[in-house]
Each structure stands twice: as structure tokens, then as C-alpha cells.
Design a protein around this ligand. Structure first.
Ligand code: HEM
Length: 410
């Protein structure tokens, strides 16, 4: 027995002298001190990692059978669903996973906005997150085109046409992106290459940067207090606890709960009443028949509503792009003396609520035809969305805030 233990430690010593696995574990999990008051909002970062792993693994399996050609793409997805053993499960894990990714990311971003996690010294952590969000959008858009259904085809057409609105180079650019004068399998093959290798590589590299940035500055917390400001003689934050075992165990329990909910959706409502997989996409792409309502998947719906809210297409595209890019400026727009919404004034509270409300209403409007009252509402909500950001330097400066405590209470 003791000889066996010696052999095991011999192997781990052998590995650790060549690759510092233990040192890495101790440095990043055991000697990494996280604030002791992290609440459930802090689970969504971990959930994103779980969903990312799910997307990569199921994506690899799907790519083994899927065929990226105009003639076979749609049929190959049907083949996966009907004939490949457990193909339906893999496909649904991937398509439900895409929606789950956006649900957890939207909640993850909301948490950061709520607790001011983008404020100094976490600006780069936030910026890597913003880039991640854009890369994630590119990943899901290229993926949505692959089944080559009606919505894949017409969605790709609408987005490709947006590039055509750029003055001067528009048409040439569209042809260059499409590799053809029309949407064809040339684009499908390009999107396949981007979806399975180019964009995932960037996504994974950005996630690593995001985590490195997080570990250099440490987590913020619901109180918005910097725990590193109050340390003991050994330099350990007084309000911090070791990430392992405290948060590893807590996170594992949360991930189990998340997987139960995920499995429930997967097995009972994988298409989520046409929201996660739209009915029109169960019809093969047909360049001669335009669907009655072209609309993107739910997670792009708010941005789509902003695009249509502007009469001129090129300005609409600009507004849509700005709606994402504006997030990058939040660390510099917020001038409040405190970080967390708990201590901010009424202005910030109203603005954050208006932001969530306008974004949700726009999400609904994106699923409706852009006419009459819907269009007017979309214009108002687009204005409210941007006002929440652009007026931030004003309301965060003039509102009266409460003074946060020096230490985390309790
Ligand atoms: C693939 C996408 C992403 C992954 C896998 C990811 C992962 C993580 C993880 C594991 C954490 C630590 C746990 C936590 O605080 O929840 C974290 C923290 C953070 N993330 Fe992300 N993230 C992603 C996207 C984003 C996006 C899109 C943003 C913002 C635009 C963002 C902003 C932040 C911020 C500010 C923190 C620190 C929060 C705090 O300390 O209070 N992340 N992320």
C-alpha cells in the first residue's frame, strides 16, 4: 500500500517537475481569494463555461455527419435527426445550447452592470467580455445558416445586404463576402469554415484572456467593495475566502441545478415553442419563396428591432452596431463614486430598469412586423436604450449615493 502511495507521488512529482500542474491549481484555486459574499449572480460565468464545453463537444460530433453543400446541408441535418443514433439528442443539445449560451450571457452582463464590475480596475476584464459577446454573435449567426433552411437562407441574405448599404464599396463588398452574385453554397461553405474553426478559436482564446484578466484583478462582489484594500499580515484579503474548496463546491452544486433545467428543456421543449428553432427553418432554403416574416432567433431580436426602427437601412445598420459597441464605453460613462447598484442613487436604478425594459420590449417588437404602433414603439424604445447609456455621465454624477461600508458585513 505504502509502496503504491510512493509510486503515485513519484508520478505526480515527475509530472510537476516538468509541468507545474499542482502549482497552477494552488495558485489559481486554493490561494485565489474570492469575496465571501458572492451570490447566485456569480454562477452565470461558470454556466457560460459549461455551455461553451457543451457547444464544442456536440459541435465536433455534428460536424462528423453534416455536409456543407447547398444540395445536402438540409438533408444531412434531417439525417442526423432521424437516422444517426442519438443524433437528435446531439443536435438539440447544440441548438438548445446556443439559446442557453445567450440566456446566461445576458444575465452575466446584467450582473456586471448591476454591481459595477466594469469599473476600475476591471475595465479590461469588461472589454474582453464585450469582444466575447460580439464573437459569440458571429458564432451563432454563422451556425444558424448551416441547416440551410428558409430562415437560414433569408437571414443570411438580410445581413449580407446590410454590407451593401456602405457607400461606395457596398455592392463590391457584398459580392466579395458572398463569393457570388447571390447567396449560394459558396457562402455556406465559408460560414461552415468560420463556424467550426475560425470563430471558436477566437472565442476560446478570448475566454482564456477573460479568465486571466479576472484572476489578475480579482472578483468584484455585490457590495462593490475592493476586498484587496483590507488584508491581514500575510497579505490575504480579510473578506476573502479560498476559491477552492468553498466556491468550487458551491459552483458544482449550481452547475448540477443548471443541467437539470437544461435537460428538462432539452427533453420536453427543445424547440421552445418555435423560439429556439423556428418553424420556417424546417423547410429547405428556397431562393424563390420569401418567408412571410423574416426574423432572427430570439437573442438577436432586440438588435433586429433597432435595425428596422430607422427608416434608412445604412443608418439602421449603424444604430444596430452602436447598440453593441456602446457597451465598451460603459466603464468611462459611469462617473458614480460607488460601484454597486446597492449604494447608487435613484437615477442609476431607474436607468438600469429602463435598459432591461427597453431591451426586452425591443426583443418582442423584433418578432412583429415593423409597421404602425409597433414601429413607433420600436423607435421610442431604441431612444430609451441609448439614453440609458448616453445620459450615464449625468445621472451617475448628480444623484446622491449611500456610502458603502469599509468591510463586507456578516
Ligand atoms: C463566452 C462568454 C463568457 C464566459 C465563458 C465568461 C466567463 C466568466 C467567468 C467564469 C467569470 C467569473 C465568474 C463570475 O463572475 O460570474 C466571469 C466574470 C466576469 N465577466 Fe465574463 N464570461 C463571458 C462573457 C462575458 C461578457 C459578454 C461580459 C460583458 C460584456 C463579461 C463580463 C464579466 C465581468 C465584468 C466579470 C467580473 C464580474 C465580477 O467580478 O463581479 N463576461 N466571466
Amino acid at each position: 500500500m505504502s509502496q503504491r502511495r510512493a509510486e503515485t507521488s513519484g508520478i505526480s512529482d515527475w509530472i510537476n517537475q516538468r509541468l507545474p500542474v499542482n502549482q497552477f491549481f494552488i495558485r489559481h484555486l486554493v490561494n485565489y481569494f474570492a469575496p465571501k459574499n458572492l451570490n447566485f449572480w456569480y454562477f452565470f460565468g461558470v454556466f457560460s463555461l459549461v455551455v461553451l464545453a457543451n457547444q464544442v463537444l456536440t459541435g465536433i460530433a455534428l460536424a462528423m455527419v453534416y455536409t456543407p453543400t447547398g444540395a445536402e446541408a438540409f438533408a444531412s441535418v434531417e439525417h442526423i435527426m432521424r437516422h444517426v443514433p442519438y443524433g437528435w439528442l446531439l443536435r438539440y443539445m447544440h441548438s438548445t445550447g446556443a439559446s442557453a449560451f445567450f440566456i446566461v450571457i445576458y444575465l452575466h452582463i446584467y450582473r456586471a452592470l448591476m454591481y459595477g464590475s466594469y469599473r476600475m480596475p476591471r475595465e479590461l476584464l469588461w472589454l474582453t467580455g464585450c469582444v466575447l459577446f460580439m464573437v459569440l454573435m458571429a458564432e451563432s449567426f454563422t451556425g444558424y445558416v448551416l441547416p440551410w433552411g428558409q430562415m437560414s437562407f433569408w437571414g443570411a441574405k438580410v445581413i449580407a445586404e446590410l454590407f451593401g448599404t456602405i457607400p461606395g464599396i457596398g455592392t463590391t463588398l457584398v459580392h466579395w463576402i458572398q463569393g457570388d452574385y447571390v447567396i449560394s453554397e459558396v457562402l455556406l461553405k465559408r460560414f461552415f469554415a468560420f463556424h467550426v474553426i475560425a470563430v471558436p478559436l477566437i472565442l476560446i482564446a478570448m475566454v482564456m484572456l477573460h479568465i486571466v484578466a479576472l484572476h489578475s484583478v480579482g472578483s468584484n462582489n455585490p457590495e462593490g467593495i475592493e476586498i484587496k484594500d483590507q488584508c491581514d499580515r500575510r497579505g490575504r484579503p480579510l473578506d476573502g475566502i479560498q476559491f477552492h474548496p468553498y466556491y468550487t463546491v458551491k459552483d458544482i452544486m449550481a452547475v448540477l441545478g443548471f443541467l437539470i433545467v437544461f435537460a428538462w428543456v432539452l427533453f420536453y421543449v427543445p424547440e421552445f415553442w418555435g423560439l429556439f428553432l423556428e418553424p420556417a427553418n424546417f423547410q429547405p432554403a428556397n431562393p424563390l419563396v420569401t418567408p412571410a416574416h423574416i426574423q432572427p432567433v430570439w437573442y438577436f431580436s432586440s438588435f433586429f428591432a433597432m435595425l428596422r426602427a430607422v427608416p434608412d437601412k445604412s443608418y439602421g445598420a449603424l444604430v444596430m452596431l452602436s447598440a453593441v459597441v456602446i457597451l465598451c464605453f460603459v466603464p468611462w460613462l459611469d462617473r458614480s463614486p460607488v460601484r454597486s447598484i446597492r449604494y447608487k442613487g435613484i437615477g442609476s436604478k431607474i436607468a438600469l430598469s429602463c435598459l432591461v425594459l427597453s431591451f426586452s420590449i425591443l426583443g418582442f417588437l423584433g418578432t412583429q412586423p415593423a409597421v404602425g404602433g409597433y414601429l413607433i414603439m420600436a423607435r421610442i424604445m431604441t431612444g430609451v436604450y441609448f439614453a440609458c447609456f448616453l445620459a450615464m455621465p449625468i445621472y451617475t454624477r448628480i444623484e446622491s449615493c449611500r456610502t458603502p461600508p469599509k468591510r463586507i458585513q456578516g
